[in-house]
Each structure stands twice: as C-alpha cells, then as structure tokens.
Design a protein around this ligand. Structure first.
Ligand code: S3P
Length: 178
C-alpha cells in the first residue's frame, strides 16, 4: 500500500480530462496546479502544434523531462501531465520518487467525443477517429497502468467527482490499492 503523498501526477490519454480534474483537485486540496503542456508552451512561447512542427516531437519530450527537475524543487503540486509524459521510464522513476501517480481512464468513444473538434493535438491530427484512438490507447495502457498508484475509471463521472475520489485518498491518508 502506498499513500498519496508529495506531488500528485495526473496521467492518462489525451482528452481524458486531466486538466479539468486538476483544476477541481487543486482547489479542494489547496495545492497549486501545474499543467505540463501549458508550462512548455509558456516557456517556449509556442503552441504544442508549433513545437511539434518546428522543433520535433523528440525536442518536446526533452522539455517534458526537464519539467520534472523544476517540479522536484517545489512543495507538493497537482500536476496535469501530457498524455505521453509517462512513456519515458526515467520520468516515471523520478515521479515515483517525488510523488504519486493517478491514472484517469475513459473509453475510446468518450475520448473521441471530447477531442474530435480540437486541432491542438498533433498526434491526433489526421487520425481523428475512434479506431486510431483505441489503437494508440491499447499501446500505451500497459505503461500507464504499470506507472499508476491509483486508477480511476472516469466514464460517467464529472471532474468534480473524480477530484473528490482522489481527495478521499489524499486527505484521509488511506493507502491506495496498488
Ligand atoms: C500528447 C498529449 C498532449 C500533448 C501532446 C502529446 C501525447 O497532452 O502533450 O500533444 O503524446 O499523448 P494532453 O494529454 O493534455 O492532450
């Protein structure tokens, strides 16, 4: 059993609602929120699609890893991580040292409904359909699940309800199952 202590890293597939849950949770537990995508965009003064196009995905992934160095120097935060953040095992190792990882899950269909009108996710541009989302999700899920200390199925839940569930573990000091 692990307790939800230190930074709380919210991970999961694009469009699962990490940012909305982070907003609610940071209010509830009175911890500042960091959104890794927004952080990188602000630092580079470029949008995520521009970074992918002009600098390449590899560069973006390096920026993601560098954020951890910065976060490790801060008091506990609620960190909403881009969907590929934990695909780097070194990131996971560092995240485990400084906090706990909460995986948010949803079906490919509900993810599709949330992302279908957006063009700000380079990996989905040109691949905006349930089949592709399901394929990429299946590839990533074993890594997501292995990294996670707590897993929440968010289908049918509001961001506030998801945040409440995380808060229950966080505030009570209850151990999480994994
Ligand atoms: C990505 C997810 C995006 C963003 C980038 C790459 C991914 O973040 O970091 O487009 O590889 O899954 P969200 O999960 O917040 O959409």
């Amino acid at each position: 059993m692990r307790k939800l202590t230190g930074h709380i890293f919210l991970i999961g597939f694009m469009g699962v609602g990490k940012s909305s849950v982070a907003d609610e949770l940071s209010r509830k537990i009175e911890k500042t929120e960091i959104d890794t995508d927004k952080f990188i965009e602000e630092r580079l003064k470029m949008t995520i699609p521009e970074i992918f196009e002009k600098k390449g995905e590899e560069y973006f992934r390096k920026c993601e890893s560098q954020i951890l160095l910065y976060i490790s120097q801060l008091s506990p935060r609620v960190v909403s991580c881009g969907g590929g953040f934990v695909m780097n095992p070194l990131n996971v190792k560092k995240m485990k040292r400084i906090g706990t990882i909460v995986l948010l899950k949803a079906t490919p269909e509900s993810i599709y409904e949330r992302v279908k009108d957006s063009t700000d996710r380079p990996l989905l541009n040109g691949n905006m359909n349930v089949e592709y989302i399901e394929k990429l999700m299946n590839e990533r899920m074993p890594v997501y699940e292995k990294a996670a200390d707590l897993i929440i199925d968010t289908d049918g839940m509001t961001p506030n309800e998801v945040a409440q569930k995380i808060d229950k573990y966080y505030s009570s000091g209850l151990g999480v199952e994994r």
